[in-house]
Write a protein that binds this ligand. Sequence first.
Ligand SMILES: N[C@@H](CCC(=O)N[C@@H](CS)C(=O)NCC(=O)O)C(=O)O
Length: 80
Amino acid sequence: MIELYRLSGCPYCAKVEDKLDELGLEYEQHNVMPFRFLRREVKKVSGQSGVPVLVDLEHDVSWMAESDDIVDYLEQTYKE
Ligand SMILES: N[C@@H](CCC(=O)N[C@@H](CS)C(=O)NCC(=O)O)C(=O)O
């Protein structure tokens, strides 16, 4: 299962969510806190506190940040 760490109102997260929806991919959402110092879960997974962060263990992606990189990855991996 793909996982996405995201924040409401974050345009970079919305870009990734739009791509996931466009590709018809199911994913688990993890909502992070607005204050970076409270984002413990995403920090634990990725070592940094920015979002979006994508996890796709089925494809050996333990974590990936940078929305443009995530969108490119999703297209290359899942676009038919
Ligand atoms: N270049 C990044 C920018 C992401 C970004 O600025 N995210 C904000 C939320 S909208 C954030 O988490 N900022 C805190 C940080 O980067 O540590 C991307 O496109 O993914």
